[in-house]
Design a binder for this molecule. Sequence first.
Ligand code: SF4
Ligand code: FES
Length: 362
Amino acid sequence: MAENAHAPLHTPLGLLAELTHRCPLGCPYCSNPLTLDPRERELDTASWARVFGEAAALGVLQVHLSGGEPAARRDLVALTTAAHAAGLYTNLITSAVGVTPQILDQLAAAGLDHVQISIQDSEPESADRIAGYAGAFTRKRALAAEVTRLKIPLTINVVVHRANIERIAEMVELALSLGASRVEIAHVQYYGWALQNRARLMPSAAQVARAAETVEALRRRHHGEIVIDAVVPDYYARLPKPCVGGWGRRSLNVTPAGKVLPCHAAESIPGLEFWSVREHSLAEIWKNSPAFNAFRGSSWMQEPCRGCARRDVDFGGCRCQAFALTGDARATDPVCHLAPAHNEVAALAAIQEDAPYAYRRM
Ligand code: SF4
Ligand code: FES
């Protein structure tokens, strides 16, 4: 892909640190890539500490310690200490499995600023079935109680799909009862592993419409008590999301093995050249790596994006989704009602089957 030399260079604000791909859960909607980094390829503690320092020097304010399950790393406390020492706001994104009360105490002492726990459903049996892990729901409740006991701000993240979309109200009530200050209702994004399960996860149009009404009612009822973040799911939207705030504009993603990506699914686009923190500084990568420059600015765009008034608002949507649905990463995201391939999205959303999930296992 040609370098987009004339695009303005912005300052990244967020770093997604994928500390490991190892994870005890097997969620069918996992958006991690099909090929996972094995443990022996993971960056060591000192390399991550250097990356956190370079990120802060580059202007990054916030690091999301993520995975896989970050607690699968035995050095999670040391990594949190390093990120905090670099001056970054630290957010732990966890399944809760593996974070014991003792580890959480140590993370709090290390300066952990925020915790985000994913829940799969409000009903324990269904939650454990979706996660592919017996007992996960109980552990999530227990960790949430510990997080609020330590007065660490808590976000509950809910990934919504056909099996749980009818219980959004119950899941928000659960988040409230757990002491969360924010609940993020995210619909499945169909790239990486999730694409294989699309027909098994896709909600119906009627379910999506009811969910939107439910969210509005919940916002009115719980105004001032909890922040409810929710968006229309891609396959039922008329306009695309400004994915990752624009390619190479606001965030970086470092894989367990040290590759730096503009978004977590970028490796699904063939032909992009990613650089690694093993060979380059984060600043060099942000400025000069071919992958980051591939879709900066607007000169790579095709019509209708190229001449559209929204091109600096949504940046043509999601590059990974454009590639997944059209085979061309430069195409207008088909979620957009102006995209030539838009009708195909509705046709794909109509394909729903009740087969067993393909669980994500390393
Ligand atoms: Fe966004 Fe492109 Fe659609 Fe315009 S045509 S709204 S820029 S995706
Ligand atoms: Fe890659 Fe949207 S997930 S650009």
